[in-house]
Design a protein. Structure first.
Length: 307
């Protein structure tokens, strides 16, 4: 539909490996891009701007013109002031092709990113935020629908994609329980330009996730995913086993103090001690290399296209 040739011409399948907090690092990004899908990582996975600069040098040095483009994620609610300004300037120096913005208003950074030729893709979970981001001039909307890992929205992709497409002609990226090549093709049929895969790539060799996290991804089923605002202060999906291992009653979680203000025991935190996954976890039963996973996804995608 509206996918720029600068991206589509370099992809094996129309997919982005989502930026995963504490999970995505240079090795996963490089492996994804070399395999033919967009690799991405949150800037805040690098503890400092100096470390972020090192990561950027490593990623850009490893990728060539025929590899898929990479993306950097800025969580706008958590990044501000000097850290945001410094990391944005580093991205400018490398002419980062895609910036993924999330949890905040993208309007203040859109023109700056587009000034160096970068594309801005923004996470949204509601129609209100989709329209607001579209009005801000972003190049793409990431529709984080029901069943996605992390901060997922409540809506079905069958409803959200077509409604967004009715007023938005930019790039649409669909997130939510996408773990197979057939699901990537289904996202296209719905009207999306790209599929967004997160949970599936936690369980890969190159991901920075701890081995017990990867093993839990393989072991859990869809019914083990709990959608709650108790852990991070806003609705998100987490694995039941992780909640229980942290000493919580998964069926009686403490109410948060407010948005982004959870009410948890000392030492228990989202993402670090409590692990997230989406509904697609029920389709994951191995921990392959990124290259072999993308090859498998491509085979499934092509088979689905042929019917």
């Amino acid at each position: 539909m509206s996918l720029p040739p600068s991206i589509s011409n370099r992809l094996k399948i129309p997919a982005i490996v989502a930026p995963l907090f504490l999970v995505s690092g240079p090795e996963l990004v490089i492996a994804a891009c070399k395999s033919g899908v967009v690799g991405s990582f949150p800037a805040m996975n690098a503890r400092t701007s100096d470390e972020f600069s090192i990561w950027m040098k490593k990623i850009t040095g490893a990728l060539g013109p025929d590899d898929a483009p990479y993306a950097v994620n800025f969580g706008l609610a958590r990044m501000h002031g000097e850290r945001l300004d410094t990391d944005m300037e580093i991205c400018r120096s490398y002419k980062t092709p895609i910036i993924i913005t999330s949890v905040g208003n993208p309007a203040p950074v859109v023109s700056e990113i587009q000034s160096w030729g970068g594309l801005v893709f923004h996470d949204v979970t509601t129609m209100y935020h989709a329209k607001k981001a579209a009005d801000a001039g972003v190049d793409g909307l990431i529709l984080v629908c029901n069943g996605a890992g992390g901060h997922a929205g409540p809506f079905s992709p069958f409803a959200m994609v077509e409604q967004v497409r009715s007023f938005y002609d930019g790039t649409i990226i669909l997130a939510g329980a996408i773990s197979t090549g057939r699901a990537v093709r289904a996202a296209e049929v719905l009207g999306a330009d790209l599929a967004y895969l997160g949970t599936r790539f936690i369980a890969t060799k190159e991901a920075m996730a701890e081995q017990p996290y990867k093993d839990m991804i393989v072991a859990e089923e869809t019914q083990d995913i709990i959608y709650t605002n108790a852990i991070s202060g806003v609705p998100a999906n987490f694995m039941r086993s992780s909640l229980e291992e942290a000493g919580l009653d998964a069926d009686n979680l403490p109410a948060p103090h407010g948005p982004f203000r959870p009410n948890l025991p000392d030492g228990v935190t989202a993402w670090k001690s409590i692990w997230s996954a989406g509904h697609g976890v029920g389709l994951i039963d191995d921990i392959p290399t990124t290259a072999s996973l993308v090859a498998r996804l491509a085979e499934e995608y092509e088979a689905a296209k042929k019917g």
